[in-house]
Write a protein that binds this ligand. Structure first.
Ligand code: P6P
Length: 335
């Protein structure tokens, strides 16, 4: 039986991986962990919304029932602002970035990008959903307000990234550039315990994740790769299995543990793909590469892309390195 290590103990132990670590990033990660426990508690009650009052109506306590993704956005923003190490946040739920103005935050050195509750359309059907976050050092003058340039940094500049998966159990998986570690929540005592140390994505796998419903509008290279996945070939373990939950964090997490590729290519409806560069693709790309995997837009590393706007979308091919390379060999980008 290996020693139980809590997330807090782990963060402190690993703080020494950082030269000149002064504990700020550790405290920031702890604030994210705290917020995720609060969100997890509400997500677990989601099924009772019909009894306690649907989103937007009053519940039996007479409180205004918030949509869970709006609620999650509030919880993470409040936790990060109160914690004091973040000077601004960009969220999938907010049109523009939010500047933290209090004396506690205005000269803080980190900014956070977050998708507070990705896949929230799955809540009503009790499918796993997730939070995705990305942390950077600010680059603008520390004496002034946070600027847009602080948020439009390449993924290679990330200091840390991670996700929370609200699934059959709640898990927090993150990296600070020294490998990927996963923690599972014991809800009875509210502690995350190290359950997936130094996670590595298998170099190859038998799972491909894509919305087949868009098949006819995919670039020809994507169609050819999917058809290749479906051909019989014992030597290369084909046909692969198609697994698509429609919840990015859940699909990514499964592929990370078992091996596989997740694809959201360009489509007729979404010529640049559907997923957001800043708070979905970059953080998952950081995790994928730290776990020995790959993340590209079909031709270029996701983390090399220069963002131009907060809610920018890019095509995403992410997961086992050999599978992403094979997909790219079919020329999966727009013709
Ligand atoms: P589609 C959820 O809305 C999401 O952002 C991801 O979590 C998920 O992988 C993707 O969109 C599903 O999109 O177009 O296949 O329904």
């Amino acid at each position: 039986m290996s020693k139980l290590i809590t997330l807090e103990e782990f963060i402190i132990e690993r703080q020494h991986d950082f030269p000149f670590a002064t504990g700020e990033l550790s405290r920031l990660l702890s604030a994210i962990a705290l917020a995720s426990k609060v969100v997890n508690r509400e997500v677990n009650k989601a099924g009772l919304v019909d009894i306690t009052g649907a989103a937007g109506e009053e519940n039996v306590q007479g409180e205004e029932q918030q949509k869970l993704d709006v609620y999650a956005d509030d919880v993470f923003r409040i936790a990060l602002e109160a914690q004091g190490e973040v000077c601004g946040i960009a969220s999938e739920e907010q049109e523009d970035y939010v500047q933290f103005n209090s004396d506690l935050n205005s000269d803080s050195k980190y900014v956070v990008m977050i998708d507070p509750l990705d896949g929230s359309s799955n809540i009503d059907v009790n499918v796993s959903i997730g939070t995705i976050f990305s942390i950077y050092r600010r680059v603008s003058d520390a004496n002034g307000p946070v600027q847009l340039e602080d948020f439009l940094q390449k993924g290679d500049q990330q200091v840390a990234a991670g996700y929370v998966l609200y699934g059959s159990s709640a898990m927090l998986v993150y990296t600070t550039g020294n490998g990927v570690n996963g923690f599972t929540l014991d809800p009875s005592i509210g502690s995350f315990y190290l359950s997936h140390p130094n996670t590595q994505i298998p170099k190859s796998g038998k799972i491909y994740s894509v919305n087949q419903g868009n098949f006819h509008t995919f670039p020809q290279g994507v169609k050819d790769y999917i058809s290749w996945c479906q051909e019989s070939d014992k030597e290369s373990n084909r046909p692969y299995s198609a697994r698509y939950i429609g919840s990015l964090v859940a699909d990514f997490h499964r592929n990370m543990l078992k091996g596989g590729i997740y694809m959201y290519p360009s489509t007729a409806k979404a010529p640049n793909g559907k997923l957001r560069l800043l708070y979905e693709c970059n953080p998952l790309a950081f995790l994928a590469e730290q776990a020995g995997g790959t993340a590209t837009n079909g031709k270029q590393r996701i983390m090399e892309l220069q963002p131009t706007e907060l809610h920018q979308r890019v095509p995403l091919f992410i997961g086992s390195s050999e599978m992403v390379a094979k997909a790219e060999s079919f020329g999966v980008v727009n013709n």
